[in-house]
Design a protein. Structure first.
Lengths: 270, 263
């Protein structure tokens, strides 16, 4: 076969985006700039407060120093309560999120109404901040750690359940197909096919949520739902800034500690 | 010499009889256009044909991983196309399957993957607690010896090579104590040497247990070497059905189309 030496080359142009797409991208950028401008006007910066902010900060830190060492005892007791609220709340949340997660995963539950019901549960759980959940449970069960634990649990269902369902949906269909071909029932494919595949994701989600919940449960006391937030609220209301400093330092160190624990455990599990 | 198409009579029923099997993924566009096939009681039946001609669909229709649109799948006299729920699972556990991409549960050990073959027999809670009958565990160890994977029981499946994974895949299918084995391109992801070894193991284990094998295969040379019968498919039809010695270049042209590739 002979190759044509000088074939006439037609003028061909190429562009990454079609004209419609380019227009859409321009509109998107325009909207972003407009949204930024509108937001800036809405937050209403008061210049007078902005100017003396550094002074105010210095004053605050001055009142905090030296921290009140006598307040350490009650703070630590409240801190332990906070840890209990976070841990128990996370466990409760997982117990509720796993069955709902199974319903939400489209490959496991091929029924649109059930998927939507599960998604609705997740959205309900996540749409309300844990402080609002806490207010609700304080009204029902009275102030104390029980309200805080339930607030943490209900707020976490949506987060853990949604991520668990997504992990289930991403599991490899090949292995499941093989188990199905061997005549395995639904429960058997769940424990022998899906679970080994989603196990790392599950523990990772559980630890991550526990980590978040320690931070969240620290503020629940502001609405009377127990934990270290109560100690913080009391100190703030009495304007004992040296006690506030102790509480803030305690919260900070427990968050750092939780981070370290989570990293260590995660390396072991995965 | 084996008859080209054993007649399904009372004397020789055939392990598996397909009658008028049709599969449409989209209405009006059939992939399988009325397949009639009798799989004999013994030996290896190789299905060859170009990609996209419905070989995988055919084999997946048999154990209902794919739902056939019309037709009968008679397995030991029972129509699999009509089953659902528990009777379907009961039928599936009598049909072993080997996959192209092995389809092992990657994060489980080799032993656990073999025991997957018993999931149709063992209740889920026992599987969850890994309390399988001792007889199953012993048989799994024996099978690991016979596929050449002695000492691999506690290795994780994702630590194995392709050839080793497919050995586990075959052993898993045999663990079911199947009455027939389906293999969907079991050697397509393997190098030539491993392909031959895998085919040898498959044929040997099946023959030892008197189990017929249906295998989809791209490699015509391998099909000729190991099959006792070859079924050629093209365009959703069976266009050749007979012994490997009878497969001429002319038949291959009929199956795959074109000529130049044969030289």
């Amino acid at each position: 076969m002979s190759v044509p030496v000088s074939a006439p080359v037609a003028e061909r142009s190429w562009q990454r985006f079609s004209p419609g797409l380019r227009l859409a991208r321009f509109a998107f950028y325009l909207c972003t700039v407009a949204a930024f401008a509108v937001s800036l006007r809405t937050i209403e910066i008061i210049p007078e407060f902005l100017y003396d902010a550094p002074e105010q900060m210095a004053d605050l830190f001055g009142r905090m120093w030296p921290p009140d060492a006598n307040y350490l005892g009650p703070t630590l007791a409240a801190l332990v309560e906070t840890l209990h609220i976070a841990t128990l709340g996370t466990l409760l949340a997982l117990a509720m999120a796993v069955p709902v997660g199974l319903l939400a995963a489209r490959n496991l539950t091929p029924s649109l109404p059930l998927n939507l019901l599960a998604k609705f549960v997740f959205v309900t759980s996540r749409s309300v901040n844990s402080l609002v959940w806490a207010l609700l449970f304080v009204a029902v069960f009275g102030p104390g750690p029980l309200a805080g634990t339930l607030a943490i649990a209900f707020r976490s269902i949506g987060f853990t359940g949604k991520l668990f369902a997504e992990a289930l949906e991403e599991s490899s269909p090949g292995s499941i197909e093989a188990l199905t071909a061997a005549g395995a029932g639904r429960l058997s494919t769940l424990v022998f096919g899906y679970w080994p595949q989603v196990k790392p994701a599950f523990w990772s989600i559980a630890l991550f949520r526990w980590d978040i919940n320690i931070r969240e449960s620290a503020v629940l006391g502001l609405v009377g739902a127990g934990g270290i937030g109560v100690a913080l609220d009391t100190a703030l209301n009495l304007l004992y800034w040296d006690q506030v400093a102790v509480v803030l330092a305690a919260i900070f160190s427990v968050v750092v500690l939780a981070e370290i624990v989570v990293t260590l455990v995660r390396n072991r599990v995965l | 010499m084996r008859p080209a198409m054993p007649a399904p009579g009372p004397g020789r029923p055939g392990a598996l009889v397909l009658r008028g099997l049709v599969k449409e993924y989209r209405p009006g566009q059939p992939v399988l256009r009325g397949i009639d096939l009798v799989v004999p009681d013994t030996g290896l039946t190789a299905i060859i044909g170009p990609s996209g001609t419905g070989k995988s669909t055919l084999i997946r229709c048999i154990n209902r991983l794919v739902q056939p649109t019309a037709g009968e799948i008679l397995f030991r006299g029972e129509d699999l196309a009509k089953l659902s729920g528990r009777p379907l699972r009961r039928a599936r556990r009598r049909i072993g399957m080997v996959f192209q991409e092995y389809n092992l549960v990657e994060r489980l050990s080799v032993m656990e993957n073999l025991l997957c073959g018993r999931l149709g027999y063992v209740p889920a809670w026992r599987a969850w607690l890994r309390r399988f009958p001792q007889a199953d565990v012993e048989r799994a160890f024996d099978l690991l010896d016979s596929v050449g994977l002695s000492g691999f029981a506690t290795r994780r499946a994702d630590a194995l090579s392709g050839g080793q994974r497919q050995r586990v895949g075959i052993a898993r299918a045999i663990m079911q104590e199947p009455e027939i084995i389906l293999a969907d391109e079991p050697t397509s992801s393997l190098d030539p040497k491993s392909s031959v070894e895998i085919m040898e193991i498959l044929v040997q284990l099946a023959a030892d247990r008197g189990v017929p094998v249906v295998v989809n295969i791209h490699n015509v040379a391998l099909a000729r070497r190991f099959a006792s019968r070859i079924v050629g498919m093209s365009g959703g039809h069976v266009v050749y059905d007979g012994p490997p010695e009878g497969l001429a270049d002319q038949d291959l042209r009929g199956i795959y189309g074109g000529e130049n590739w044969l030289e």
